[in-house]
Design a protein around this ligand. Structure first.
Ligand code: CTP
Length: 403
């Protein structure tokens, strides 16, 4: 999407700060973002921060002689592929519904000939007010796309509908609008595992690992965006469910294996979860107590089912493509080749975890092993970029995209 451009109009809601994350994510997808904050938005998020994150000049005045000489406000509104209003306050929505144009933001919104997407954010009572309802009806009739708001706690302390949708949901909606035809995996069923597993020791303790689930969740989201029907089986994580994906939440490896089995048949399975290899053999119903003078308890472990190998060797419903990850601390390529053969999977994405900067980190350096020919080192990429690359490869392998 390297030639796409979004014009982002920021209204004066506290959610304006979330737009910094949105801009960063849009830029990761190669989308240029020009920001137009209203006067109220400028009180909440500084134009300097917007300029720094977007890497573009921030436009905020209707009557700026320099801006008009360089880029007239009409041109600014026409040069975008999509106009996004976030947060769309009750005031901005009212202006839009009535065609008011008394500042740069509202003037652009009246002058544009491009599709407009709004993400409302306001107090729940303001959202429910008949005036706002009327304005939204008018905007919908004018062809404006409305995303959200979400239900939950609002900045003003009241609970209800009024929270702006999260940046990743807005991102997904923007990407879908910018490239509605980029759905090469339409009709493809996909299964993704993600996150760690928790293996109980007793009712209050468990064995776990450092997996954040970010890579697996990013893959599920990218597959869904490409049109696949996705089941994400996730261990306990602290990140939100990806939009457009059916997320099944589990705790243990055995629950994860059962949820994966229940999700079959699928065309492609990507096992990104850091499944605990072992679990305590016996789990007492009561908490293990620390008796004075007694020796510490000894944990006897038994092996967990290998979900990746189980899918790759499934007797009746093997997915056409089975993809695994390999977290290694040495001899990356050799270990990844051995793992691929040992688990009978088609591809392995190997990463070196010896430097400790993979679990929970933003970026990932992958060695891609497809079995045919030499391993392919990928450059250091964000986890979203790794997901996008993998989805391209999956589409190509299933005959759905450029090979
Ligand atoms: N995996 C799985 N089920 C398990 C263990 C691992 O599905 N019980 C999957 C992971 O999701 C990953 C791949 O197997 O795709 C490799 O995981 P990794 O931890 O690197 O390998 P292990 O099989 O655990 O081998 P080792 O720890 O000995 O390197």
């Amino acid at each position: 999407m390297s030639n796409k451009r979004v014009l982002l109009v920021l209204g004066g809601g506290i959610a304006a700060y979330k737009c910094l994350e949105l801009i960063r994510r849009l830029k990761e997808h190669g989308i240029a973002v020009r920001c137009v904050p209203t006067a109220a938005a400028r009180a909440l998020v500084s134009p300097l921060a917007l300029a720094a994150v977007s890497g573009e000049k921030v436009y905020d005045s209707l009557f700026s002689l320099t801006d008009e000489a360089e880029m007239g406000h009409i041109r600014l509104s026409r040069e975008a592929d999509l106009v996004v209003v976030a947060p769309a306050t009750a005031d901005l929505l009212a202006k839009m519904a009535n065609g008011l144009a008394d500042d740069l933001a509202s003037t652009l919104l009246l002058a544009t000939d491009k599709p407009v997407l709004v993400a409302p954010a306001m107090n729940p009572r303001m959202w429910a007010h008949p005036a706002t309802r009327r304005n939204l009806e008018r905007l919908a009739a004018d062809g404006i796309a409305i995303l959200g708001p979400a239900v939950g706690d609002t900045a003003c302390g009241e609970v209800g509908a009024g929270r702006m949708v999260e940046p990743h949901e807005l991102l997904a909606a923007i990407l879908a609008r910018l490239e509605p035809s980029s759905r090469p995996l339409e009709g493809v069923r996909a299964l993704v595992t993600s996150g760690p597993t928790h293996e109980p020791i007793d009712p209050v303790r468990f064995i776990a690992n450092r997996s954040s689930g970010r890579q697996g969740h990013a893959i599920a989201e990218a597959l869904a965006r490409a049109g696949a029907t996705v089941t994400l089986v996730s261990g306990p994580v602290a990140i939100p469910d990806p939009p457009g994906v059916r997320t099944v939440k589990v705790e243990t490896a055995r629950e994860m294996a059962a949820a994966c089995e229940a999700a079959l048949p699928v065309d492609v399975a990507v096992c990104a979860a850091a499944v605990a290899d072992w679990r305590p053999a016996e789990v007492p119903a009561a908490k293990i107590k620390k008796e004075t003078g007694a020796a510490p308890p000894v944990l006897r472990l038994v092996e967990n089912p290998d979900i990746l190998a189980g899918l790759a060797r499934h007797p009746t419903q093997r997915p056409r493509l089975v993809v695994g990850f390999a977290a290694e601390t040495g001899a990356l390529e050799a270990e990844a080749r051995t793992k691929r053969a040992k688990k009978d999977c088609d591809w392995i994405l190997a990463n070196d975890v010896s430097r400790g900067a993979v679990f929970g980190a933003d970026r990932n350096r992958i060695l891609f092993l497809s079995g045919e020919g030499p391993a392919e080192p990928w450059p250091e990429l964000s986890k979203e970029e790794v997901a996008a690359r993998l989805v391209e490869r999956i589409a190509a392998a299933l005959g759905r995209g450029p090979s």
